[in-house]
Design a protein around this ligand. Structure first.
Ligand SMILES: Nc1nc2c(ncn2[C@@H]2O[C@H](COP(=O)(O)OP(=O)(O)O)[C@@H](O)[C@H]2O)c(=O)[nH]1
Ligand SMILES: [Mg+2]
Length: 360
């Protein structure tokens, strides 16, 4: 960091039972920053009322140095919500997020800061780019972690820009992030940030993830379940597919009901198709694409476009139903189902690339 520059930096550290790490860590951070000429910083520790008295230690340090700020949350728990709260309360232009257990080396903070000055919105400290790595992990843990990153990359568009999209160590330009978009339920805050802000300019710099210095990890096995739920919440393709699945049930359910009421197979098929289009549209509005703002087209147009885009699959479904039942002796309900499968892919492509397009 350039000593003459005003470093304008907040450092957010979530803590839960870190009494044996926190003081040494804060000392180390102050050292590193002052050595690199940065004085205009604040350190925000967000503690969830740790029973081991972490907050008391931070409070005492804060009395001597008002750059150290403490937030104690008594009603909420959780790493991601703690980080969000810390970012919200931060007053500087750039914010570093890091753990309290020395797994994220404070020596890297000046590099992160310098790197983001080159015009980025987010710079991620990465274990998975050349020069990065992990210390003391079993092969299994490494494979699991990398697989997680890969799944996230496949399913979350914004996460594709970096390899280590689940890193807990990164710097952001505060005003490039809309905190209201972040859903605090998520566990991986970086994934949340990248997933919900697709336009961010992001880069990675390597570091080695160290062994925890003292204390215990709070991450348990249900972290995996949390992760999968989280990816599901962010991933539009997954949400889209599940809405599609519900539409299949609406479609076939309506058709079955209509057939049972004695309506012709043609009318029943068309009723099933139209009702499923309407229910899918409603769910895409309220669920799949809910996070998208400033949409290019208004609601009536979106509804119209969605019908137009569904017309391909609707015609496919109807024709398949007719052909298979008339000429192949297949039950109209099964024919309808086969038609639905054929039409689905075309529908997704049209919806995500046209109807719910964001205005840039
Ligand atoms: N405020 C807060 N911090 C937490 C919570 N769970 C973990 N942390 C902190 O988040 C950081 C990472 O947690 P850790 O258990 O080391 O996760 P691991 O590195 O993935 O094993 C540490 O600084 C923890 O003290 C929580 O529920 N609330
Ligand atoms: Mg840790």
């Amino acid at each position: 960091m350039n000593p003459s520059s005003n470093c304008d930096l907040s450092i957010v550290i979530p803590t839960y039972n870190e009494k044996d790490n926190i003081e040494a860590l804060l000392d180390k951070i102050r050292n590193v920053l002052e050595k690199s000429g940065c004085n205009d910083y604040e350190i925000i520790v967000v503690d969830d009322n740790s029973p081991d008295g972490t907050a008391d230690i931070v409070r005492k340090l804060g009395e001597k140095d008002d750059r150290i700020r403490l937030i104690v949350r008594t009603k909420e728990r959780g790493l991601a919500t703690a980080v969000k709260e810390g970012i919200k309360q931060s007053k500087k232009r750039f914010v570093v997020v890091m753990d309290a257990d020395f797994q994220h080396p404070p020596e890297l903070i000046p590099d992160l800061y310098e790197s983001i000055q080159e015009g980025y919105d987010v710079v991620v400290a990465s274990r998975y780019v050349r020069g990065g790595g992990v210390e003391g992990w079993s092969r299994l843990r490494l494979v699991a972690s990398k697989t997680g990153c890969l799944i996230a990359r496949m399913l979350v568009r914004g996460a594709r820009k970096v390899r280590d999209n689940m890193s807990g160590f990164f710097i952001i330009r505060r005003d490039s992030i809309d905190l209201d978009r972040l859903k605090p339920k998520g566990y991986k805050i970086l994934l949340e940030i990248l997933g919900r802000h697709e336009g961010l300019k992001v880069r990675e710099i390597p570091y080695t993830f160290k062994n925890r210095k003292a204390g215990k990890s709070k991450i348990s096995t249900n972290t995996l379940v949390d992760f999968l739920i989280h990816v599901f919440n962010i991933s539009e393709p997954l949400k889209f597919a599940s809405v599609g699945l519900s539409g299949v049930i609406v479609n076939l359910g309506t058709m079955w009901l209509s057939l049972s009421l004695g309506l012709s197979k043609e009318i029943s098929s068309l009723l099933g198709i139209e009702l499923s289009i309407l229910s899918n549209f409603t769910l895409h509005e309220k669920f799949t694409f809910k996070g998208r703002r400033d949409k290019k087209y208004g609601l009536p147009l979106r509804l119209l476009f969605y019908h137009a885009s569904s017309s391909v699959s609707a015609v496919t479904t109807f024709t398949t139903m007719l052909v298979t039942s008339e000429y192949m002796g297949i039950h109209p309900l099964l024919g309808q189902f086969i038609g639905i499968l054929l039409g689905f892919t075309a529908n997704y492509l049209l919806s995500s690339r046209v109807i719910w397009l964001e205005q840039h």
